[in-house]
Write a protein that binds this ligand. Structure first.
Ligand SMILES: O=C(O)CCC(=O)C(=O)O
Ligand SMILES: [Fe+2]
Length: 299
């Protein structure tokens, strides 16, 4: 039988969602968004999707549009990045290897008719293969704005391949397709093989909003400080700002000093000092015991 991605209902438990992620490396949660949220997303993205700018190679896709900087460009995407069930699931899923998660990548991906299938890959490859397999670095979401069908480019997913040796390639019947309705979401990790599907339709474009979460100590794929610079970030909620990286990730991790500040008020401080609201995460000096336990064992 051809491989299938498990579908769970919107009111599923986090336990069930994470059980599928552990077993399959991917899962679809059906019909999470209502029509109002979908309309708000479509409204925010419409102007950008009208500009017909396509990928520049076989990976980015000559018939695929990718719109980034979604947190600065779209209030609805910012709210989606904070969707409590997904954010909580990402936090729990990645908790073993970090103190918190950060938003890593935002993109609206529109696959137009005539696009061929994207090469299957593991998203963890963006770090060049240096993150050991024992560390799962990603909890990624693809929100369907249009139907995702086998014909219009639904994401190909090789269910269970996060547990495969890295050179193993799937047989055709081991590739599942993330077919889902608008408002549903595909969750997948950084290790499962996947790729955009071929769009063999004549007139249907497949649009998904990609929001990926990673460990707060890893470099983000999309540079959030340039994609959402302070003059944009000041309009976000404190939580969303912290999620994209305007907060410390540890006692001294991610501090800044204001190069134009002669008063020394902003010397080696949290990026939160740029804005009026502070959470003050990680401001307390770790104890000696914590400093020891935070270094890695020799073996
Ligand atoms: O468009 C898709 O369904 C997947 C795209 C993807 O995996 C990527 O660009 O890394
Ligand atoms: Fe990918």
């Amino acid at each position: 039988m051809t491989a299938q991605i498990t579908h769970l209902p919107a009111n599923t438990t986090q336990e069930e969602l994470l059980r599928c992620m552990a077993e399959d490396g991917a899962v679809i949660i059906d019909d999470v968004l209502g029509s109002e949220q979908l309309e708000a997303l479509e409204h925010d993205l419409a102007a950008f999707l009208k500009k017909e700018v396509y990928g520049r190679d076989a990976f980015t896709g000559f018939r695929t549009q990718r719109i980034g900087a979604l947190i600065a460009r779209s209030k609805a995407c910012g709210e989606l990045a904070m969707e409590p069930r997904m954010l909580d699931a990402a936090r729990t899923y990645l908790a073993e290897h970090c103190d918190d998660v950060q938003l890593h990548f935002t993109s609206a991906v529109a696959i137009a008719p005539g696009e061929s299938a994207q090469i299957l890959h593991r998203d963890r490859g963006i770090w060049g293969g240096y993150v050991p397999r024992q560390i799962e670095p990603l909890f990624s979401t693809i929100w369907a704005l249009t139907p995702f069908t086998r014909e219009n480019g639904a994401t190909q997913v090789v269910v269970g391949s996060h547990r495969w040796e890295k050179k193993r390639q799937p047989e055709p019947d081991e590739i599942a397709y993330a077919e889902m309705s608008p408002g549903s979401v595909l969750c997948y990790n950084g290790t499962v093989l996947h790729g955009g599907g071929a769009n063999t339709t004549e007139h249907e474009t497949r649009v998904g909003v990609f929001l990926h979460y990673t460990l707060s100590w890893l470099r983000q794929e999309e540079n959030q400080y340039l994609s959402c610079p302070p003059e944009h970030a000041e309009h976000l909620s404190q939580e969303l700002r912290a999620l994209i990286g305007y907060a410390k990730g540890g006692y001294v991790l991610g501090f800044y000093s204001d190069p134009d500040d002669d008063s020394a008020q902003h010397e080696s401080v949290s990026p939160e000092n740029l804005f009026s609201q502070h959470r003050g995460d990680f401001d307390v000096l770790p104890t000696e015991e914590q400093l020891v336990s935070q270094s890695t064992p020799l073996s």
